[in-house]
Design a protein around this ligand. Structure first.
Ligand code: SF4
Length: 83
């Protein structure tokens, strides 16, 4: 799970913007301005049901992480939490 979903900066963060792009999901903010300190992105290769291979990108650690539990969910209340 990406720690960004519970971070204060998620809708202003350039690193999370890159994660959204890799996942092919809509951006929370088209032009984020916040540059996080040392985000560590975990990339996992996943097998898809049709035999294809996909990549999953998650931020697992970040020096700028500022706890704000449920921030993503409050911004997108009717959508499923990103996996
Ligand atoms: S944890 Fe780091 S990379 Fe993720 S939204 Fe917060 S500041 Fe950005």
């Amino acid at each position: 799970m990406c720690i960004c979903v519970d971070c204060h900066w998620i809708n202003r963060c350039q690193a999370y913007h890159a994660v959204e792009r890799q996942h092919g999901v809509p951006h929370l903010n088209p032009r984020p301005t916040f540059q996080p300190e040392r985000p560590k992105v975990h990339v996992q290769i996943r097998e898809l049901p049709d035999g294809a291979v996909g990549l999953e990108w998650d931020v697992r650690a970040c020096d700028s992480f500022a706890p704000d539990p449920g921030h993503w969910r409050r911004l997108r209340p009717n959508e499923a939490l990103p996996a």
